[in-house]
Ligand binder design. Structure first.
Ligand code: UDP
Ligand code: MG
Length: 211
């Protein structure tokens, strides 16, 4: 299978996904804003498949792949893993799955991620769910969630906040200019947040949006 990594010519390389009509919703927000939790509820209510870019990278890291060390270093430092790696993992997960509706959680994390994904797959998100939350609240959640993650320590958390502000917010701004962002106040209890999330999925104007 051709991948972004294999290709001598990135521009000409297109994913087989371009032939599989898929609906994608990007789920974005700072670390600890509740993306993963809310995605679990969306899956149950709306039949999407949840793909967490961070989880895919952590699985790849643990699988003993040659990219494992790069991924481990980047995650420990709160840095963004090279696009081709993340995009390849997302592509594989979508091609392997029979579903045609995907929540992509925690990606794209910068403008380069976004442009590379759109160029390779030919797909723009149906909309972007954006979880807004104060750093104070996110920090509290990250430090109390005890998921055994190497990056949930105060030093890495500060770096992740900085990367989010500097690199990830421009992605939100890009989609905001296209009228695709649905903003949620995520600093509330889980079920209250989900009520707001539900409303975003029942607007009735969801359709596949190919480039
Ligand atoms: N990461 C990345 N690219 C992605 C998603 C995740 O490089 O598209 C890396 C990055 O180092 C990030 C870490 O994985 O800090 C954890 O991401 P995840 O989405 O799991 O956690 P969050 O920061 O949203 O809590
Ligand atoms: Mg997550």
């Amino acid at each position: 299978m051709a991948t972004v990594v294999d290709s001598p010519n990135k521009e000409a390389n297109k994913s087989a996904l371009a032939n599989k009509k898929v609906t994608i919703v990007f789920v974005l927000g700072g670390p600890g804003s509740g993306k993963g939790t809310q995605c679990g509820y969306i899956v149950q209510h709306f039949g999407y498949t949840h793909l967490s870019a961070g989880d895919l990278l952590r699985e790849e890291m643990k699988s003993g792949s040659e990219n494992g060390f790069v991924i481990k270093d980047m995650i420990k430092e709160g840095k963004i893993v090279p696009s081709e790696l993340t995009i390849k993992l997302l592509e594989q997960a979508m091609l392997e799955n029979r579903n045609d509706k995907f929540l992509i959680d925690g990606f794209p994390r910068n403008e380069e991620n976004r442009a590379a994904f759109e160029a390779f797959t030919g797909i723009e998100p149906e909309f972007v769910l954006f979880f807004e939350c104060s750093e104070e609240e996110m920090q509290k959640r990250l430090l109390s969630r005890n998921q055994g993650r190497e990056d949930d320590n105060i030093e890495t958390i500060k770096k992740r906040f900085k990367v989010f502000m500097e690199s990830s917010l421009p992605v939100i701004e890009h989609y905001e200019a296209k009228g695709k962002v649905r903003k949620i106040d995520a600093a509330r209890p889980i079920l209250e947040v989900f009520e707001a999330v539900k409303a975003c999925f029942t607007r009735g104007d969801i359709k596949v949006n190919q480039l």
